[in-house]
Unconditional design. Structure first.
Length: 241
């Protein structure tokens, strides 16, 4: 691991919930976690927020507190080392909203599903740093609209930065998916976009994703091990200038 060569100078990485699992943050498929206590339709859709904003705020307040207490694990730290030491470009796209990439020292992360530590005005689109606990009727600091919501992309909404992401995929030499289920589009289609561009496609996951058959290299196990091993192998290929 891996067969990626140094000449593949642009690496586009997609991270999903699996990279944060070892930091104590579960996915919505995990039994016993926060997601297991609610229906997705009630806490992660615009319709759910319209029906019961108090419940949605309560849910995301709990997630925000949980994420603030979590610490980056070796997989997050390995990606930071890659971004700092790879001689080409590394583009980090995340489906995660927890902020652990930044806590590990990564910069310029493209958050396609938003961020727990950000608030959004549903009326004017203004964004600001969210308090640890948001309340129903909280006002926008720019125009005082009482329509503050978590800056999270819910089911049925368009993910952020898609034009930028597709532009990077079209230029990728390597596309690597880490800890993703491969079940949620448009992210599940990124491998196809990268392959059209001629990129080597890689999956690092605890178990095979729904799109595993469409990837050229696959490595399975806990993210803290597979990601660290993959990054270490890449950086060993980097020769001093």
């Amino acid at each position: 691991m891996p067969q990626t060569e140094q000449s593949a100078d642009k690496i586009v990485i997609l991270t999903g919930a699996g990279i944060s699992a070892e930091s104590g943050l579960g996915t919505f498929r995990d039994a016993g976690g926060l997601w297991a206590q609610h229906r997705i339709e009630d806490v992660a859709t615009p319709e759910g927020f319209a029906r019961n904003p108090a419940l949605v705020h309560q849910f995301y307040n709990a997630r925000r507190i949980q994420a603030a207490e979590a610490k980056p694990n070796p997989a997050h730290n390995a990606l930071r080392r890659l971004t700092e030491n790879w001689p080409g470009e590394v583009v980090l796209v995340s489906q995660n909203v927890d902020g652990l990439h930044e806590a590990a020292g990564c910069t310029d992360v493209i958050h396609m599903h938003g961020q727990l530590d950000q608030a959004l005005c549903a009326t004017c689109g203004h964004r600001w740093v969210a308090p640890m606990e948001m309340q129903v009727g909280a006002t926008c600091p720019q125009y005082a609209h009482p329509t503050a919501r978590p800056d999270i992309v819910w089911f049925g909404e368009m993910p952020y930065h898609m034009e930028e992401i597709y532009s990077h995929l079209a230029q990728a030499d390597v596309f690597t998916a880490i800890g993703t289920s491969g079940q949620i589009y448009p992210a599940a289609g990124f491998v196809d976009e990268a392959q059209v561009a001629g990129a080597l496609t890689v999956e690092l996951n605890l178990e095979p994703s729904a799109v595993v058959s469409r990837l050229e290299e696959t490595y399975f196990g806990p993210a803290s091990k597979t990601v660290s091993t993959w990054v270490d192998a890449l950086l060993r290929e980097v020769k001093p200038a």
